[in-house]
Design a protein around this ligand. Structure first.
Ligand SMILES: Cc1ncc(COP(=O)(O)O)c(C=O)c1O
Length: 416
């Protein structure tokens, strides 16, 4: 779709606007492999280096500003430096930063999550979604006495061997394919790990029929159903679990529940989480220097308290409007554009076919890279692969600018 000449032009313009970021990238390469410390934030020719961010605006070291519609991959649900979160985080830091003992801020956050999430009767904190997924796996192994797992093609639960690559204990099946799940389940499977919407995989929502079948097949096979709400919690007050009315055995949470600070959590029934209670014979030992961190707990609770049902409804409605605008303007420029959406997340696919499985998504194409660069040049900060996650501080005026930014980016790609 995008000509080599157009792509080279975008790179040239990007480099012309970001000489400071180029210098930072060169310096980074001397001490960080490839110049980064988070694979997903890298893109070619080099990522912009950010120096400050406030509300919906981030500014790079060359003074370029961007409307942030990625919000640290869904975790900053109220945008950057959200006043109430900053105030609580500063207060928590001045009260000691982190304690080597339990504290009530952990309980306040745990109580909020228990009240909020249908699958969480008890909570165990970790430091990331990856750690929460690995803990859920250990719980499922201990509860069922089994040691294999069903995961989905294109599913993402973090950066660790068992959950990220091919692994002898893991069977991967296509998303939205109930028959494939049924075929993979036997008495060796401890759990099915499932995102109600493939996030990294391209914002592909689960079909409600598929979710119902998933529940009944895993139940029948004696496997736990682990719902990964790391990204989907923002879609409804009680997360996607509430939307789909699915009866989950365990839930994995992270990202926004820390208000922008590192955190993860596993929620589940008292029956399943008993295995973490040190007075239970054979209990799982699960420690972490920063589990239940004071600053994360306080900041997370503040962020969640501001993420009310009306705030979620507003963000979801804005995302729906933006998705329609992007799709319409892509088509007006004669480009194949499909936008998939779930709550306040969307993914812009530069292809004709609407994806319902990860295999349908065309990642890593020059077109996808060109759209990302063109958006940066238009002052819009989305994920290189096409993900967008709105925040509560993006107003209609900001979103109009974002829609115009997409339109102008598509015009560049169409060679207009
Ligand atoms: C659905 C899902 N689960 C788990 C994770 C891992 O979370 P973390 O990056 O906090 O380890 C992610 C991260 O993107 C995710 O999107």
């Amino acid at each position: 779709m995008v000509s080599a000449k157009c792509f080279e032009g975008l790179i040239r313009e990007f480099k012309g606007r970001t000489p400071g970021s180029m210098r930072v990238a060169e310096r980074a390469k001397r001490v960080l492999p490839g110049g980064e410390t988070r694979s997903i934030t890298y893109y070619s020719p080099y990522p912009v280096s950010i120096t400050s961010a406030s509300g919906p605006v981030i500014t790079d070291c060359d003074g370029n500003s961007y409307l942030d519609i990625l919000n640290n991959y869904t975790s900053l649900v109220h945008g950057h430096a959200f006043g109430p979160v900053v105030d609580t985080a500063i207060a928590a830091a001045s009260e000691g930063i982190v304690y080597p003992a339990p504290h009530e801020a952990q309980l306040d956050l745990a109580e909020h999550l228990v009240e909020r999430h249908p699958a969480a009767e008890k909570i165990r904190f970790t430091n990331s979604g990856t750690e929460a997924a690995l803990l859920a796996i250990r719980i499922a192994q201990a509860v069922t006495g089994r040691d294999r797992f069903v995961l989905f093609e294109g599913g993402y639960h973090g950066s660790a061997p068992l959950i990220s690559g091919p692994h002898p204990q893991v069977i991967r099946v296509p998303f939205n394919d109930a028959a494939a799940v049924e075929g993979a389940l036997d008495d060796s499977i401890a759990a099915v790990l499932f995102e109600p919407c493939l996030g990294v995989g391209g914002v592909i929502p689960a079909d409600p029929e598929f979710v119902r079948a998933l529940r009944s097949h895993s139940h029948r096979a004696g496997a736990l159903l682990v719902v990964d709400e790391v990204q989907t919690l923002r879609a409804a007050y009680g997360g996607a679990t509430e939307l789909y009315e699915v009866d989950a055995d365990l839930v994995i949470m992270a990202k926004l529940i820390g208000g922008g600070y590192p955190i993860g959590a596993v929620g589940g029934s008292a029956k399943h989480l008993r295995i973490l209670d040190q007075s239970t014979p054979g209990a799982i030992k699960h420690s972490g220097t920063f589990n239940g961190h004071l600053v994360s707990a306080r900041a997370g609770l503040t962020a969640l308290e501001h993420l009310t049902r009306p705030a979620i409804e507003r963000m979801n409605a804005s995302t729906e409007k933006l998705a329609d605008r992007i799709e319409m303007s892509g088509r007006a420029h004669g480009l194949p554009v499909i936008v998939t959406r779930f709550g306040s997340m969307l993914h812009v696919h530069l292809q004709k076919m609407k994806p319902t499985q990860a295999a349908h998504v065309m990642h890593d194409s020059t077109d996808v890279a060109a759209l990302h660069l063109a958006l940066l040049l238009e002052g819009v900060f989305a994920a290189p692969r096409g993900l967008v996650a709105l925040s509560t501080v993006l107003t209609d005026v900001h979103l109009e600018l974002v829609a115009t930014g997409y339109d102008r980016a598509f015009a560049r790609m169409a060679g207009a």
